[in-house]
Design a binder for this molecule. Structure first.
Ligand SMILES: Nc1nc2c(ncn2[C@@H]2O[C@H](COP(=O)(O)OP(=O)(O)OP(=O)(O)O)[C@@H](O)[C@H]2O)c(=O)[nH]1
Ligand SMILES: [Mg+2]
Length: 460
């Protein structure tokens, strides 16, 4: 991948839209745009003013019009990539977009690889790696809270926390190196106390940041909520009520749902992947049996179980079996069909449901559905209120780097406490420093960069 190349890509999604954008970045962008752009009366333009929109058309080498367009040029270094960028805003159909891209390539551009624009922004020093990943996370965010978390990363708030930690480590490393070069015992002893104090402060700060990773993961990937219960209690009706659409088949025949149905739901900024499953009982036929096995598999993978019971029915052995199956899971009990005569008595399962919230609903009337949502939300956030200035670790790569840095800091601390020679301590401090540097991209290998950016979308 040569940085000298001028790259081009379609930056808008493939589909039908009002407008679509072809973007170019590199030193030849302006020359290429001059060759393919004509004003309304067919003239080529000598000069494109910086950041001005020009109305005209794109023509191929035979002068044939590809589309009517608006063109804008953003010159280095004040652009996304810090290189000359030209954008062609055409009609958002796949044919004009592809044709314009083809003409740009004929004029000397090269097709960009996924994430190559952002990679250039990184390599040219406009953003660091965590910020680049923030851009991609924002594009892929499925809820507002996921978007908020990625904006924090994109704006460099995570990066500056990491950089501060790294600065302290570099500072300690420098002082250790001086101490190694000029060993004077009394100074060393005083200094050792100082190192221990600084490293302890750092490890606490690092642990605080790491503790946001669980919430961060939920924010980004969503939580898996599985609806389980006996047949006919209203599981599919509950799914439909939560989705506010008739997604799953509902009948009064027990054993209606055979396969697992998965849908996504945004509950107050929390992404929920919700699964409706086959009612658990002794199966009546082989298909139902397969379905019930799938229910059991889903329970294993669940972050949270919604255990639905018929409020007008009685607890029996099948319920006890389910209770046993989900006893180690986070769960919420949903007593459904409260529009009917209440009969259920939870006493016989009270050993299983200590501290389990019980929500009463009528799925067909929509009663209690907001309470179910609130209960899910509370379970996920653990009573935590979302604050805007908090940085969350949402990326597993960042989490792993922090864990590695933490291990090295802990090793350095225990070495210091055990009077192990300072040159060995300094190795651990340096490793911790390098681990943190992989988050912002200061100490990252070419291979890792390629891997990260190849997961980006085309045209970004
Ligand atoms: N009265 C009343 N009936 C309900 C309620 N919720 C569901 N039902 C009825 O109960 C029957 C079973 O509903 P489903 O949602 O298919 O039940 P299920 O748990 O998915 O059943 P399986 O897929 O067979 O395991 C249907 O006839 C629903 O209309 C409710 O809140 N009140
Ligand atoms: Mg069902």
């Amino acid at each position: 991948m040569l940085m000298e190349d001028t790259i081009a890509a379609i930056s808008t999604p493939i589909g039908v839209g009002g407008i679509g954008i072809v973007r170019m970045s590199g030193s030849k962008s302006v020359e290429i745009i001059k060759n393919m752009f004509r004003t309304k009366d067919g003239k080529a333009l000598e000069c494109f003013k910086n950041r001005y929109f020009y109305y005209g058309k794109i023509v191929d080498s035979e002068g044939k019009t590809a589309d009517e367009v608006l063109v804008v040029v953003m010159r280095a270094p004040n652009s996304y990539t810090k290189e000359d960028i030209a954008e062609i805003h055409c009609h958002g159909g796949i044919v004009p977009l592809r044709q314009i891209l083809r003409i740009a390539i004929q004029q000397g551009a090269r097709l960009a690889q996924p994430g190559e624009f952002t990679k250039r922004a990184f390599l040219n020093g406009r953003i660091d790696l965590a910020q680049a990943e923030g851009v991609m996370d924002l594009i892929c965010a499925k809820t507002e809270s996921a978007a908020e978390a990625s904006i924090q990363h994109m704006e460099g708030i995570l990066s500056s926390r990491i950089r501060n930690m790294r600065k302290s480590l570099i500072d300690i490393m420098a002082r250790i190196e001086v101490a190694i070069d000029y060993p004077e015992e009394d100074i060393e002893e005083m200094e050792t106390e100082k190192y221990i104090e600084n490293l302890t402060f750092l490890i606490n700060d690092l642990n605080r940041l790491l503790s946001t990773a669980d919430t961060g993961k939920l924010i980004r990937q969503g939580i898996k909520v599985v609806i389980v219960g006996k047949p006919n209690v209203g599981k599919s009706s509950l799914l439909n009520a939560l989705l506010r659409e008739n997604r799953a088949i509902v009948t009064d025949i027990p054993g209606t749902t055979r396969d697992v149905i998965e849908e996504s739901l945004d509950i107050d900024g929390v992404l929920v992947r919700i699964l409706d499953t086959a009612g658990i009982r002794k199966a009546a036929d082989i298909i139902e049996d397969i379905g019930i096995n799938r229910s059991r598999q889903s329970i294993k993978e669940a972050d949270l179980v919604l255990w639905v019971m018929d409020a007008s029915g009685l607890i029996d052995d099948e319920d006890l079996e389910i209770a046993e199956e989900i006893k180690d899971k986070n769960k919420i009990i949903v007593l459904n069909k409260i529009d009917k005569q209440m009969a259920v008595d939870l006493k016989s399962i009270k050993e299983y449901i200590k501290d389990t919230p019980v929500i009463k609903t009528s799925a067909i009337l929509g009663q209690g559905i907001p309470d179910v949502e609130k209960s899910i939300h509370d379970m996920v956030m653990g009573g935590k209120v979302w604050t805007n200035d908090e940085v969350f670790i949402t990326n597993i790569r960042h989490q792993e780097a922090l864990i590695r840095a933490g291990e090295h800091i802990r090793d350095a601390l225990s070495a210091l406490k055990n009077n192990i020679p300072l040159d060995l301590v300094s190795i651990d401090v340096r490793e911790a420093c390098d681990a943190l540097g992989t988050i912002t991209g200061e100490t990252v290998t070419e291979d890792l960069l390629d891997k990260i950016f190849s997961e980006f979308c085309l045209g970004k």
